[in-house]
Ligand binder design. Structure first.
Ligand SMILES: [Zn+2]
Length: 174
């Protein structure tokens, strides 16, 4: 099955040039013979291969405060895809654990979009689904501090309560 960007996709190219698909990769959205992320063959008329296209358009399960679907920042996603693609293994690596990710959803290693800073679309990185679930709604520094604190305790130390992230809302009765 070939996945093609549908014409009713909400993504409009940021730059023109559809009719001038050239020899060199163009700006975001400009069709290219090879994928602008991994260099493999692009979907005809696109700048991404099928795998990278699926990741670029992967819908986030989390919603914003109003319960609406998030609108991803495509250039930020493209930057993350490029940074996390490892050509040696032809796979993306998890931002936090560095393990190779799988594109197919539904696995612990599945590539998921994570905001290092919650709600900041520019802070997106690809993270293994399991790590994403562990991070929850913590910020990047909160997550690192909690994990390090837990690791100390697992190694026989004492957990410092200050390593537990602050509540987002007041606890009941306080
Ligand atoms: Zn690709």
């Amino acid at each position: 099955m070939t996945i093609r960007p549908s014409s009713d996709d909400d993504e409009s190219p940021l730059e023109g040039g559809h009719e001038h698909a050239g020899e060199v990769p163009g700006p975001l959205g400009t069709p290219s013979p090879w994928c602008n992320v991994c260099g493999r063959d692009s979907i005809p008329g696109s700048y991404l291969c099928p795998e990278c296209w699926r990741l670029m358009h992967r819908v986030e399960s989390r919603r914003d405060e109003q319960g609406n679907p998030r609108h991803p920042d495509r250039p930020a996603r493209l930057n993350a895809l490029r940074a996390q693609w490892d050509p040696m293994i032809e796979a993306f690596r998890c931002f936090y654990s560095d393990i190779p990710l799988v594109t197919e959803p539904g696995h612990r290693r599945s590539a998921t979009w994570e905001h290092r800073t919650p709600r900041d679309e520019l802070s997106v990185v690809l993270v293994a689904d399991l790590v994403n679930k562990m991070k929850g709604d913590m910020t990047d520094p909160e997550f690192r501090r909690l994990v390090a604190g837990l690791a100390r305790r697992f190694a026989g130390g004492v957990f410092d309560e200050d390593d537990f992230p602050p509540e987002k809302r007041a606890l009941p009765g306080r």
